[in-house]
Design a protein around this ligand. Structure first.
Ligand code: FMN
Length: 189
């Protein structure tokens, strides 16, 4: 089994990456393979609303990073969407990714059906819940099974590494990983 993590931060290996790695730790402990994709490494343009993806199984736009990342996602068993909070919501790169993925799955139904997903957000102060909701809405609209934890999945921190000081938030990430492993194993049995 494999879970892909998408880090929507413009800052590579920052707080959002730390959160995703914490969830990964628990998945790895349960024998589940993981791979982190950092959107900071890729250009992701917004959707052009051309709808040329209809029946093609992927985005028709092939001159940026989206199509290769989406292919991996379509092959995986689970997905973690992670974003820093920018302007009280997800980052523009994550939003562009959700736009593109949203239209590809709408015009090719079932591509993400029954995959297990979770969303996490790194936040300095405000907008964490909105960001988590934005990412969860994508997955719930694509027939995915969204996993929860003991709190909403936001962890507080500004500079890189500061999220580690949010003990409750990090414990919630660990629990989220455990829950995701349990659900994955039940669904894929
Ligand atoms: C463009 C930009 C906008 C931001 N907007 C917010 C915001 O609205 N609310 C907030 O609490 N933090 C905001 N932040 C702070 C980040 O969410 C915070 O530093 C987060 O930990 C960054 O995660 P990263 O290291 O994965 O990039 C913003 C940061 C940037 C660069």
């Amino acid at each position: 089994m494999k879970v892909i993590g998408i880090n929507g931060s413009a800052r590579k290996d920052g707080n959002t990456a730390i959160l995703i790695h914490k969830v990964f730790e628990e998945l790895n402990n349960a024998g589940i393979e993981t791979e982190l994709i950092q959107l900071a490494d890729h250009e992701i343009q917004p959707c052009r609303a051309c709808f040329a993806c209809k029946g093609q199984g992927n985005c028709a736009l092939k001159n940026d990073g989206f199509a290769a990342i989406f292919r991996k996602l379509a092959e995986a068993d689970g997905l973690i969407l992670g974003s820093p909070v920018y302007s009280a919501d997800v980052s523009a790169k994550m939003k562009a990714f959700l736009e593109r993925g949203g239209v590809v799955v709408a015009t090719n139904p079932g591509l993400l059906r029954h995959k297990v997903g979770a969303s996490v957000a790194a936040v300095r102060r405000g907008g964490g819940l909105t960001a988590v909701d934005t990412m969860n809405h994508f997955m719930l609209n694509k027939e995915m099974v969204v996993v929860g934890s003991t709190y909403w999945n936001m962890v507080y921190g500004k500079n890189i590494g500061e999220v580690l000081n949010d003990e409750e938030g990090m414990a919630n990430m660990r629990n989220l990983g455990e829950n995701m492993a349990v659900i994955l194993k039940k669904i894929k049995k």
